[in-house]
Design a protein around this ligand. Structure first.
Ligand SMILES: NC(=O)c1ccc[n+]([C@@H]2O[C@H](COP(=O)([O-])OP(=O)(O)OC[C@H]3O[C@@H](n4cnc5c(N)ncnc54)[C@H](OP(=O)(O)O)[C@@H]3O)[C@@H](O)[C@H]2O)c1
Length: 321
């Protein structure tokens, strides 16, 4: 790989991670082309120094990928297909993600890309992974089995304003004085602050030893989901009662979240199903290769809540800053 900055294709730039990575790469002087389904959709673009080149494309339509990949050396794969307001729609995401990954791996190989960097999910295969986490791993395998060396970063939930996981925690605590706790709320996880996840993704570009490798990425603490909910409630000064319930109906909880939050059931259901799986880093090699100062979850939640109030809902608890 040349020492000059590579031309980058960013997929998912209209999403939570992609929008932030676009801002970070722009700040570091990279030339970025954004592949997106809708040309008009933007996320955080108001703080960019340089307007990125935007091309219309859909990973499910292979013909749209050829022009998007022309002249590109490195691509970030930050896409998933979970969507829809109906739980039934949540059943089909894995098939769509399989097709999208195959299309992308094939087109990237033909275009002669030097590398792909993909953000996947943590979770051990063979431990009855949820369909979402299994699908994330399958996408990594499809991309890695193509002709382009692929870096896979495996992450647990990423804490930041606008991210689905943080929004679930925020809506639950803000709107529910009594929080029902199914057993999976006590599953261990190693969440990471979105700033750190972005540092790892961008840092891989500067570290050739990451090419073609898979790494676990996580924050400094192993916590349960209940711990995270308590951290948010403490920061907001909200007293919440936790009531243990013996059974968990993902369907019911997803429908409840669909009612109390803007998050659609088609995203919430697969994410909730994944709460049963422990998502803790099994190795920490990335810390040597891409050193970053890890942010603890008290701070990550505080930053996410403040940013959420600033960017998404101006006026909310402004006094707390
Ligand atoms: N958020 C987390 O906590 C977390 C944790 C671990 C790993 N990850 C991984 O991080 C990546 C990004 O997740 P995210 O949280 O940023 O998701 P997100 O906010 O929902 O964004 C998903 C992005 O994918 C795009 N997309 C979906 N289908 C597409 C298609 N067929 N063609 C082109 N673009 C398509 C969406 O575009 P539209 O705007 O057109 O819908 C959107 O930009 C995923 O690989 C995910 O598995 C996230």
């Amino acid at each position: 790989m040349s020492t000059t900055k590579p031309n980058i294709l960013l997929t998912g730039a209209t999403g939570f991670i992609g929008g932030r990575l676009l801002t970070a790469l722009d700040g570091q002087g990279y030339r970025v082309r954004s592949l997106q389904r809708s040309l008009g959709k933007t996320r955080f673009r108001f703080i960019l120094k340089n307007e990125p080149e935007v091309v219309q494309g859909d990973l499910l339509k292979q013909e749209t990928l050829v022009p998007a990949l022309e002249g590109i050396e490195v691509a970030f794969y930050l896409v998933h297909s979970m969507s829809g307001r109906k739980i039934s729609e949540a059943q089909e995401f894995a098939a769509r993600d399989r097709i999208a990954a195959r299309n992308f791996a094939g087109a990237a190989g033909k275009a002669g890309l030097k590398r792909i960097i993909y953000l996947s999910g943590l979770g051990d295969l063979g431990s009855s992974l949820s369909r979402h986490l299994e699908s994330r791993q399958e996408v990594g395998e499809i991309l890695s089995s193509g002709n382009v060396p692929t870096t896979v970063l495996r992450s647990a939930i990423i804490i930041g304003a606008g991210g689905a996981s943080f929004e679930m925690i925020r809506n639950l605590v803000e709107k529910m004085p009594v929080i029902l706790c199914p057993p999976m709320i006590n599953t261990r996880s190693q969440p990471i602050a979105v700033e750190n996840a972005i540092q790892y993704l961008a840092g891989c570009l500067r570290q050739p030893a990451t090419i073609g490798e898979t790494f676990d990425v996580g924050g400094p603490e192993v916590l349960t989901y209940k711990d995270l909910i308590k951290i948010y409630a403490r920061f907001r000064g909200l007293k919440r009662r936790f009531v243990q319930v013996p059974l968990a109906s993902t369907r019911l909880f997803a429908k409840g979240m669909d009612i109390i939050s803007p998050l659609p059931a088609g995203i919430v259901a697969p994410l909730l199903e994944g709460l049963k799986n422990e998502t803790v880093c099994r190795e920490h090699r990335i810390r040597q290769l891409v050193p970053v100062e890890l942010i603890d979850m008290e701070e990550a939640v505080r930053k996410a809540a403040v940013e959420e109030a600033d960017v998404f809902r101006p006026g909310l608890f402004r006094h707390r800053r």
